[in-house]
Design a protein around this ligand. Structure first.
Ligand SMILES: [Zn+2]
Length: 170
């Protein structure tokens, strides 16, 4: 198994689903995987997706690239090599995250942090990834300006927390 020391958060920068027939985003996720497979099929054997996991708008968790394989999720090969890429279906540059999606993400991220012994500061947004050549982040808006990173990080810092009560009790 390759070392897993970072979690990089993304959005799909699309609508969260393919429409009325796709309430959980499963069809959108399948389409994303097909696109990525088409892109990498010739060069990387068994390539499935640029993301290892996805969280749909109703809180369904989808799997993509196996964790043992690198997913080419950001423009920094050093971080690609050691990261777990999680994609939130939706465009948080223009919309807020549905509560069900946020609620499902917390236990998912907690279990990944615990299982792989990743430190909370190593949960980073795609736009925080430093460019490989310049070292400067910010060449993308991903996962969008409305992505609830402040609340999410506070909840992850607080073991078992995430509800307002758990935060206030501290
Ligand atoms: Zn991204």
């Amino acid at each position: 198994m390759r070392p897993l020391t970072y979690i990089i958060l993304h959005h799909s920068a699309t609508d969260a689903t393919l429409g009325a027939g796709d309430p959980e985003g499963a069809a959108l996720w399948a389409a994303i995987k097909r696109n990525h497979q088409r892109h990498w099929a010739a060069s990387v054997k068994g390539y499935i997706c640029d993301y290892h996991l996805a969280v749909g708008p109703t809180g369904v968790i989808f799997t993509g690239q196996p964790l043992a394989m690198v997913a080419f999720n950001c423009g920094n090969s050093r971080l690609n090599a050691v990261s777990i890429a999680v994609c939130f279906l939706g465009n948080f540059q223009v919309t807020r995250m549905p509560p069900a999606q946020y609620a499902a993400a917390l236990p998912l991220l907690r279990s990944l942090l615990e299982k792989h012994e990743i430190a909370v500061p190593h949960v980073i947004l795609h736009r925080e990834v430093p460019d490989e050549k310049t070292g400067i982040p910010g060449f993308t808006a991903c996962p969008g300006r409305w992505f609830p990173s402040v609340a999410m990080r506070a909840a992850l810092q607080c073991p078992g927390g995430g509800s307002p009560h758990a935060v206030m009790a501290r």
